[in-house]
Write a protein that binds this ligand. Structure first.
Ligand code: 13P
Ligand code: ZN
Length: 283
């Protein structure tokens, strides 16, 4: 079987195309990673090649030692993944102390894994610790989420509450809320640490004036989560374009009423009493 024929590589490729079609991946914007299952890497073990050199990750991910990942290439365009996967994505392996990676397949025309590899691997590491089933980390540049980082205070509480209020499904889809990382230089260890601090307990981290990270068990769940957050952000942008105050909205007791029927526990920290009715100024 060819690498690109496997179900997991097909799912990865489809997610890249879906994200591009949403307009979330201008140029080389965004990146995707998948922590490969042992039985999946066994499907392609005869094809992958283990003779390349080790390269520093730029951080340490000890709990991912010896694991395999499928990741997008740095500077590669999401729109090109489907027509030419082998040139735009790669399989890497992490070494035994979690400090280096090696390319085993892909990037056949040259290149290296995404510049956000430290963020992807550190997120995958903290996610694995809290839930072994989480395997996907997705980064993209969705316009409405980014727009909100110019007008809302960069507070987890404000972003979560305002996004939740934009659609009843939001607290059901992300009951732990979202976290916000202030503007930082992308591509390094510092922003990776800040993002993984959020991912220790939540599935969404917004990067101010840049984009968003989401994690999940599979491609559908991770893409669906990003789609839900960006849709809520779009509604909020529309509301804020019309007014700085809502005439009515979903109330804290309404959110609490979702807990039992949907089997969730909305995080009470986000159900604070608002001190102002100007959107985003209620803290
Ligand atoms: P890469 O092309 O290196 O993946 O970078 C894209 C990006 O979105 C950086 O944040
Ligand atoms: Zn980015």
């Amino acid at each position: 079987m060819k690498v690109i024929e496997t179900e997991w590589v097909q799912g990865f490729i489809r997610m890249c195309s879906d994200g591009f079609e949403q307009g979330w991946h201008e140029r080389n914007g965004g990146n995707l990673s998948y922590r490969i299952r042992p039985e999946e890497i066994n499907e392609v073990r005869d094809i992958i090649c283990d003779d390349r050199e080790w390269t520093d990750i730029g951080t340490t991910v000890a709990s991912l030692a010896g694991e395999y990942f499928l990741v997008t290439g740095s500077g590669k365009y999401f729109r090109n993944v489907s027509p030419d996967p082998e040139a735009n994505i790669c399989i890497i392996k992490v070494n035994e102390d979690g400090t280096k990676y090696k390319i085993l397949w892909g990037l056949c025309k040259g290149g290296r894994p995404t510049s956000e590899l430290p963020s992807h691997l550190m997120n995958l590491e903290v996610c694995k610790k809290r839930d072994e089933n989480i395997r996907v980390v997705y980064h993209c540049h969705p316009a409405n989420i980014i727009a909100l980082t110019y007008v809302l205070p960069l507070e987890d509480r404000v972003f979560t509450r305002e996004l939740w209020e934009m659609a009843t499904e939001c607290p059901v889809v992300f009951p732990q809320g979202v976290g916000v990382v202030p503007w930082m230089v992308p591509g390094g260890r510092d922003i990776a640490i800040a993002t993984s601090e959020i991912m220790k307990e939540r599935n969404v981290a917004i990067w101010a004036h840049h984009g968003c990270f989401a994690c999940g068990e599979d491609f559908d769940i991770s893409f669906g989560l990003m789609h839900t957050v960006e849709k809520a952000a779009e509604v909020l942008v529309k509301v804020m374009s019309m007014t700085d105050r809502k005439l009515q909205t979903i109330q804290p007791e309404d959110f609490r009423a979702l807990n039992e029927p949907f089997g969730i526990k909305v995080d009470e920290r986000f159900l604070y009493e608002k001190k102002s009715d100007i959107i985003g100024r209620g803290l």
